[in-house]
Design a protein around this ligand. Structure first.
Ligand code: IMP
Length: 431
């Protein structure tokens, strides 16, 4: 049977999903983005060349694959065109291979200005958003005032609705946030030339996917961000505004759960987080420096330094449950090379009572500390290893312990940035 697989992040994003999607879609017919927007940053290294995608599905670099930006994604047409052009300069042509849902909400300049103005006003309590207008665009969708991709097809109503919505935003931007206003004529002027370029891509992507399922084509669903940035299940309010957990696939595409056959949870071999919010295993020592430098832990969208820490198996187990994970993919294992010892957080303890806390409520995060298990590190390089048996004993031990704690098989291991630096333990399309 042809399986459809979901690839999503189990931590706070930046787990290395882009590379895994790229590797696993070589075998599939469709790759689908279902939530988030250009706040995502998926880094791919192909033949030594680095490409960062924010909005376009990572698997589209294979020229036999069709890409879908489904209804759950918030789309900036200007960013989309920028990315298409960037790919063309890298000899990747996606003409007639990319479709965008007519129901995807637009991200326009007023969303970006609102995102920036709000963060500024929050000062030290800011969320640390990517400043890409993601939150305001999803708010418009829920408030039922969003302009959507399909609205680009009718210039007259687009212009009328745009003028109205801009006056609504300017009122808040100027009066409340003391921020500069936006000009709807400039937004329209910049938007109009993009319409011709994407007009034919605008489709009912739900029907495209249903037809693909009927034709028994393999589909890869590509998640953005990570499970603890999920608007419902994440460390609220320090989250993004979409469902980055499994439910986002269903609402964000119109494909039901019986067609999702395997769910791969991508997990970095340690932890990172950009932006503010709880991070129990965060480090501020030489190991943080090791992770930052060896793992190049700087945001691919904003360039910010990522916070780093040991693997947090408590939240990983939570991720296994909330996403019904079929298997795990451990990425950046090679970044652990050369550490004397490696730790896994296996429980959270209340700092005042020393009692073990199962999973903290919103107000409990600041009162918990991690309880660690410590293992020997390894000196041999794992970079580029492609067979499980070639990993050092200690690295295999680390992987085994993750499987034991999470009760979930590790089916894929990534051992470096390149497409070919991968250990496929089980074929996720057939297991
Ligand atoms: P927003 O998605 O720009 O609203 O940002 C909300 C939070 O999610 C901030 O802490 C961001 O740093 C974080 N975030 C958003 N997208 C990503 C991502 O792709 N990787 C990691 N963190 C992200």
């Amino acid at each position: 049977m042809n399986k459809n697989i979901v690839i999503l992040g189990t931590q706070w994003g930046d787990e290395g999903k882009g590379k895994i999607v790229d590797c696993l879609t070589s075998n599939s017919a469709y790759v689908v983005r279902y939530q988030g927007g250009h706040n995502a940053g998926h880094t791919l290294v192909i033949n030594g060349k680095k490409i960062i995608l924010h909005l376009i599905p990572s698997g589209l670099l294979h020229d036999n694959v069709i890409g879908i930006i489904a209804n759950g994604v918030v789309v900036s047409p200007l960013e989309l065109i920028k990315e298409i052009k960037m790919l063309e300069t890298n000899n990747v042509f996606i003409d007639k291979r990319l479709f965008i849902s007519s129901a995807s909400p637009l991200i326009l300049q007023y969303h970006i200005e609102m995102d920036i103005a709000r963060e500024k006003k929050l000062g030290i309590s800011a969320l640390g958003t990517t400043g890409r207008g993601i939150g305001p665009a999803y708010e418009d969708k829920i408030a039922r005032r969003a302009l959507r991709i399909g609205d680009l097809k009718n210039e007259k109503t687009l212009s009328t609705r745009l003028e109205k919505i801009v006056s609504y935003y300017n009122h808040q931007l100027v009066s409340f946030y003391k921020h500069k206003p936006v000009d709807y004529k400039i937004i329209l002027r910049d938007l109009l030339p993009t319409i011709d370029l994407i007009y034919d891509m605008i489709q009912d992507t739900t029907s495209i996917l249903h037809n693909a399922i009927q034709d028994r084509k393999k589909i890869v669903f590509e998640g953005a961000q990570g499970s603890f940035l999920d608007i419902d299940h994440g460390t609220y309010p320090y989250v993004t505004s979409s469902n980055s957990t499994i439910g986002g696939v269903i609402t964000g595409t119109g494909v039901g759960p019986k067609h999702l056959h395997y769910i791969l949870g991508v997990t970095k071999a340690y932890s990172t987080r950009v932006g503010h919010g709880p991070f129990p295993t965060e480090l501020f020592d030489d190991v943080d420096k090791h992770f930052s430098q060896k793992g190049c832990e700087f945001g691919s969208t904003t360039g910010r330094k990522r916070r780093t820490g040991w693997l947090d198996a408590v939240s990983l187990c939570r991720s296994v449950h909330i996403n019904s994970l079929s298997g795990l993919c451990i990425t950046k294992l090679d970044v652990l090379d050369g550490l004397n010892e490696i730790k896994i957080c296996t429980a959270y303890k209340n700092i005042n009572t020393s009692e073990i806390v199962s999973f903290p409520n919103i107000d409990e995060w600041e009162n918990i500390i991690p309880v660690y298990e410590t293992y020997s590190g390894w000196t041999k390089k794992t970079l580029g290893i492609r067979k499980l048996k070639d990993l050092p004993y200690e690295a295999r031990n680390y992987i085994n312990r993750i499987e034991e704690i999470t009760q979930t098989p590790v089916d894929v291991i990534s051992t470096g940035p390149d497409r070919s630096d991968i250990i496929l333990i089980r074929d996720v399309f057939f297991c």
